[in-house]
Design a protein around this ligand. Sequence first.
Ligand code: PGA
Length: 249
Amino acid sequence: MKIRVFDNAHDAGVYVAALAEQVVERQAKPVLGLATGSTPIPFYQALIRLHQCGLDLSNVTTINLDEYIGLTPSHPQSYARFMWENLFSHVNIPETQIHLPNGVASDLEAECIRYDEIIRKNPIHLQVLGIGVNGHIGFNEPDDTLLSRTHIVNLCPETVASNARFFQHIDDVPKRAITMGVQAILQADQIVLMAFGREKAEIIAKAVFGEVRTDVPASILNLHKNVTVVLDKDSASELFDESGVLRRK
Ligand code: PGA
């Protein structure tokens, strides 16, 4: 794992956008695996700026990690809406090349199979991830087992509590979601795990330097050969040794 620590989230976002640009320039049909939440917003802002400076994204296919069950794509808190507001409406990725799980599909099991088929046909070149305070990636929550395929998940109470900040009331937060499984994440050519803020410092230390454990889902990234962990100083604060030197992975 490579670890890159930036002064702030803005600078980190610029770095990740430059990684995405490399993929877009090198691949004839680039596929980006995308995430929602507060963490990737500086990356999306930097990618939009690159697009405004001339980066063509019309060949890009995007595959998002997850979606709440029960929210229509137009719901203000759906991840589809988040992606349109924070990225898609500002760039030139054709709508037909944008993929998110459908959280209101009438047959959710069939929707999981449909989504895995999309991933199979569009192998991901660069997968961008945030991390939950409990170590989840996508909505692969801590558990005895981690599921490889796209699946339906009951969200952990701490995930519901953490996401309540986006809703009027905690009872409005969906308790279930569809998420890409860990196999699809690990099959990406390159993975970028981003985290910002002091509240992520402990879980980042566990994920980066701890054992691979299903109760710290992000630790499974240690099994991948091309992972970059992109942090600000706060989220990296537990990765420094007594002399203030960044420990090496
Ligand atoms: P956040 O969420 O970026 O809003 O902190 C990250 C996650 O839960 O994966």
